[in-house]
Design a protein around this ligand. Sequence first.
Ligand code: DC
Length: 232
Amino acid sequence: MENRIGKRPIIIAIDGPAASGKSTTARILAGKLGYTYIDTGAMYRSVTLKVLRSGLLDALREDTGRVSALLDGLQIEFRGDRVFLDGEDVSAAIRENTVSREVSFVSSLKPVRDRLLVLQQKMGAARGVVMDGRDIGTVVFPEAELKIFLVADPRERAKRRHAELSLKGGNSAVPTVEELEEEIRQRDRDDEQRTHAPLKRHPDAVVVDTSCLTIDQQVARVYDLAAKILEG
Ligand code: DC
C-alpha cells in the first residue's frame, strides 16, 4: 500500500464504543497514509489524571464548575505515539485503572469538552489526520471526508481487553471476561447517555463491525474506503 500523503489530505474520524478496535485501526491506518494519529481518549485521560493529581475530584462531583481552574493553560501534545500533559510524558500514567475508573465522569463535564474540542479542532486544522474518539464525526469534525463508526459485540470486546491485560502482566489480578464485559456495558451506557456530546453514530458514518474481523481485515476495510476518497 503506497503512501498517499501527496494527495489532498483528508480528515478521517473514527468513533465507537470502548475496545471496539478504534485506536489500533486508527494508528495503523495513519501510518499507512502518512497521516497524524490523534487519540482523543488519551486527551480525556490526561485531563482526568490532572484532576486526580489536583485532589479536586470529590469537590468536582459537588461543583463541576471548579474544573475550569485546571483547564486554564492546559497543554496536551502528541509526539510520535507519546502523549505529554503540561510537558510531562504521561503515556503510561493515563492507562492506570485509577484514571480509567474516573474518565467517564471527567469527560462528561461541559468545560472539559469545550476545552478539548478547541484543542482537537486545532490539531486537525491542517488535515491529514486520523482522529479517534466518541464524538469526532458528530461534533469535532462533522465535515470529515470519511467517518467510520466501529462496533463490536460486548463479549468480544471483553475478551480482547482480557487478552490485552493478561499480556501486560503486572501485580494486580486480571478481572474475568464476565467482569470486563459488565464494565464495558456500563461504560457504553455512560458514554451514550451523557448530556454533552454522547457517543452516537453520524448518519453519514460507515458502520464497520469488527466482531469477526482480524486487525488486518478491519484496517484494510477502512483503508479501502479512504483510498476511494483519495483517488476520487
Ligand atoms: O478511548 P478511551 O477508552 O481511551 O476513552 C476514554 C474515555 O474518554 C471514554 O470513556 C469516553 C471519553 N471520550 C470521550 O468522551 N470523547 C472522546 N472523543 C474520546 C473519549
